[in-house]
Design a protein around this ligand. Structure first.
Ligand code: PSV
Ligand code: MN
Ligand code: MN
Length: 431
């Protein structure tokens, strides 16, 4: 396996921090033991955690106004998986990549799969793109894709999704995520019910092309680019469509795709209850689909989402296995640093949720002890599990402090030299 950061450099980094980490780990272990919790169990749990990195996340993102390219941005899917491999090497929490087509379409899928394998990576859900027109495309998506009034446009969008499934098969993926921006900017622009009927027709054709062991994830989003009525705007629509399509169709919850103040953890509980929770796109937001780094604005919400996931896992057992992915846009930070931090923040919420004594919480709820019930969650959330996360990384061969180790490695300088900036980079975050 090829490692992009010198293993000796990582070992040296870890050696320097070893005594301090051990002291913090022992102190936390003692505190948890007094609460009846075994730190080793939690560290083993942290080591099993994995979240996929979006291929589009390793390029600098952009807004409607501008994109300020970073140094050494990946110029193609092979360079993207190099950056993803660095993230996984140092965090040991991101062994898979979620590709986006046609942005990442390889000429030879086997070659891409092998190169990824050599870097210790596999492919997670593939993402289709019918929210942009591509060069040479026959029919425009200006007025919709899977919901378009034009049958030819819909057929083209369906064919692209089926193409994504084929590519995903060759890459070893097991799921297709469909997010469409289809909708209306004006009342009267489209027939609201008719658009959803056409969406379902299109999705039925895509669903029919799914291999037996695949899922299709329906990703809803409240608004943008449609500002009056998005066809798949909310979890209710997503759930209705996933139900109409069949058991292989599930709902994907992107944390930024809801109205402000929506109780997202309750949506998670509902979808889990009815067996339709397919997966997540983790990010954070203040106002809308901000795509900020996971855990950077509202870590308590992230914890509450994982609290529901822990509840669902306890109720439903091994069959409950939603896909975890990051979906962020990095405008002012080094994407590798942001993605490493975010993977760790999601892992943190996962471990913190495991600190909740669920049997005790159930007793408190039964007794209507509201205050102590709330406190049971807050106590878990306030516990700083950083030493557990660091120890899990070090034991798996990662870095005690991924960002510090990455900076010491000089990886960004190296790739800046070998990847000259490309003129006219797109605003999609993909160069
Ligand atoms: C657009 O909102 C979006 O950010 C969705 O979250 C998708 O998952 C992503 O783009 C990639 O298609
Ligand atoms: Mn998303
Ligand atoms: Mn989004």
């Amino acid at each position: 396996m090829t490692t992009l950061i010198d293993a000796a450099l990582v070992a040296d980094h870890n050696d320097k921090l070893a005594a301090q980490l051990q002291a913090d780990y022992d102190a936390l272990g003692g505190m948890l033991a007094r609460r009846g919790q075994d730190i080793e169990v939690l560290t083993a749990l942290a080591q099993r955690f994995a979240v996929a990195v979006p291929s589009w996340g390793v390029g600098t993102g952009g807004t409607r106004f501008a994109r300020f390219p970073g140094r050494g941005e990946p110029r193609n899917v092979f360079e993207k998986i190099h950056d993803c491999a660095v993230i996984n090497q140092l965090t040991r929490a991101t062994p898979t990549v979620s590709p986006h087509f046609p942005w990442d379409k390889p000429t030879d899928a086997n070659e891409l799969r092998q190169k990824a394998d050599d870097l210790g990576l596999a492919f997670d859900a593939v993402n289709s793109n019918t929210f942009q027109d591509q060069q040479g495309q026959e029919h425009t998506y200006k007025y919709g894709s899977l919901t378009a009034g034009s049958a030819a446009t819909r057929a083209q969008a369906v064919a692209h999704n089926i193409d994504c499934i084929e590519l995903g098969r060759a890459l070893g993926s097991k799921a297709l995520t469909v997010w469409v921006g289809d909708g209306a900017n004006f009342p009267g622009q489209s027939n609201l019910r008719g658009a959803l009927e056409r969406y379902l027709d299109s999705m039925r054709a895509i669903y029919a092309a799914l291999p037996d062991d695949w899922n299709v994830f329906i990703e809803h989003k409240l608004f943008e680019p449609a500002f009056y009525a998005t066809t798949i705007a909310d979890w209710g629509t997503s759930f209705a469509c996933a139900t109409a399509l069949g058991p292989k169709a599930k709902c994907l919850v992107d944390l930024g795709h809801h109205a402000p103040n929506t109780n997202i953890e309750m949506i998670v509980a509902r979808l889990a209850q009815f067996g339709k929770l397919g997966g997540f796109h983790f990010n954070d937001s203040k106002y809308g689909d901000d795509d900020l780094d996971s855990g950077s604005i509202n870590p308590f919400q992230l914890f509450l989402v994982f609290n529901e996931l822990a509840d669902a896992a306890q109720r439903d057992g091994a069959g409950f296995n939603p896909a975890y992915m990051l979906d962020q846009s990095h405008n002012v930070t080094d994407p590798i640093e942001s993605l490493m931090n975010s993977a760790v923040e999601v892992q943190r919420a996962y471990v913190q949720a495991a600190l909740v004594d669920r049997a005790r919480l159930a007793e408190l709820q039964e007794a209507n002890d509201v205050l102590l019930s709330a406190q049971a969650l807050k106590t878990a959330f306030r516990t700083d599990v950083s030493p557990i996360l660091a120890m899990a990384r070090v034991r798996a061969g990662g870095a005690a402090d991924p960002v510090a180790c990455y900076r010491t490695s000089g990886y960004r300088d190296k790739v800046a030299a070998s990847r000259p900036a490309k003129a006219g980079a797109s605003s999609s975050g993909i160069v």
